[in-house]
Design a binder for this molecule. Sequence first.
Ligand SMILES: Nc1ncnc2c1ncn2[C@@H]1O[C@H](COP(=O)(O)OP(=O)(O)OP(=O)(O)O)[C@@H](O)[C@H]1O
Ligand SMILES: [Mg+2]
Length: 423
Amino acid sequence: MLESGPKTLQNAMQVKTVTLSNFRNYPDVNVSVGSGKTFLIGENAQGKSNFLEAVELVSTGRSARASQDSELIRWGEPQLSVQVIFERMGVEESVEYRLARQTAARPGQRLLSRQILVNGVSYSFVKALLGHLITVSFQVDDLNLLRGGPKYRRDWIDGVILRVRPTFLDVLQSFAKVISQRNRLLKTICEAKRVTVSDQDQLLAWDKQLARFGSQIIKERMRLLSELLPRAQENQSHLSGRRESLQADYYFKAPEPKEDDSREYGNGVAEDLPPASSMSALLEAEEQEVAQILMRLLKERRREEIARKQSLVGPHRDDISLTLNDSSAVTFASQGQQRSLVLSLKLAELERLTESCGESPVLLLDDVMAELDAGRQRLLMSAVGDNTQTIITTTHLAGFEPSWLEGATIYSVAAGAIEKVTL
Ligand SMILES: Nc1ncnc2c1ncn2[C@@H]1O[C@H](COP(=O)(O)OP(=O)(O)OP(=O)(O)O)[C@@H](O)[C@H]1O
Ligand SMILES: [Mg+2]
């Protein structure tokens, strides 16, 4: 086992050790993470991002990179485990994620068994992990918040809410079940080419469920966005020398489908959104009122929903619009402005989570410093301060301001092996 860092942080969550067994390209590693900044330096494809992915996995219960969980198990191995021991409010806790391949009943079938351990207690569901180790990750892909489709923005805001309030997962899961069952019914109706009285009753029952869970999701997202916005505005204003004013709005109604439906999940469409009901109008509304609006919209689009065999109204179609000085940031912002905006939003996320955790969450910076100029690096540095544990991956140390390296713990990563480095 490697030595730990020099000092203990105050008011910050702190990872102590990360133990990986057959996770991605790591056969077996046990790393003591420094209390301040820990650098993982290595060439491309050596396992730097994999390491951060493992820490995020036990924090959020999922990997943002893997399309299937089976990808996480080291090739040719039967099972993986990721264990992180950390300190929260000065108390030591442990979270562990185990995944094993199982013998399939049929050829071609892939089965996995999952076990979660939180402070030694075993669970079969990932929700048990939420609300323990809180991380905020910055990665190059964050630019998808502006360049990607609405799903990126929805997933981002939902991800922040889940870390503030883990029970939000129940609402998201209930909503997803409603959408899947409702879509099945729409398909049956469309294929039968007629709507029976029983279909109408069933559809109405699903509409009510959609409106119930949908309105909860919409209200949560609006509430959180309104909390993040002033912080993001301040950051953006600071980064632009007070020249740029950021606005964000939650769009409660999805864009009307155009000729090419895939556009909706393609490039950002914020400027095309009809401002049917936006955040300013709905923030004050009760959940009940939002549910009523959803019921009305469902009624309006019923025919189209049946024809397309899809639920077209609800938070799974919503978007967040982002504007700089009243122009759509997606369409008009320069590359530099987009980088600043993403950094402003992510720092707002860090501040909001610090508030709800009562201490600073653990920061994971995956190869982002190379992307940031000196001004943006300085803003990040001042936000991180001396009181946030930060794990940073990079291919080289050049480009980091010297203050980043003071007292840092440094490791090299090569082909799934991690070694301590003394400068
Ligand atoms: N399940 C797996 N088993 C074994 N190796 C894997 C598995 N999944 C991914 N890898 C390997 O992990 C390596 C990628 O690791 P990672 O993404 O952490 O690289 P990195 O050090 O972050 O590189 P870069 O600097 O390019 O971002 C790839 O070489 C890939 O082949
Ligand atoms: Mg990487």
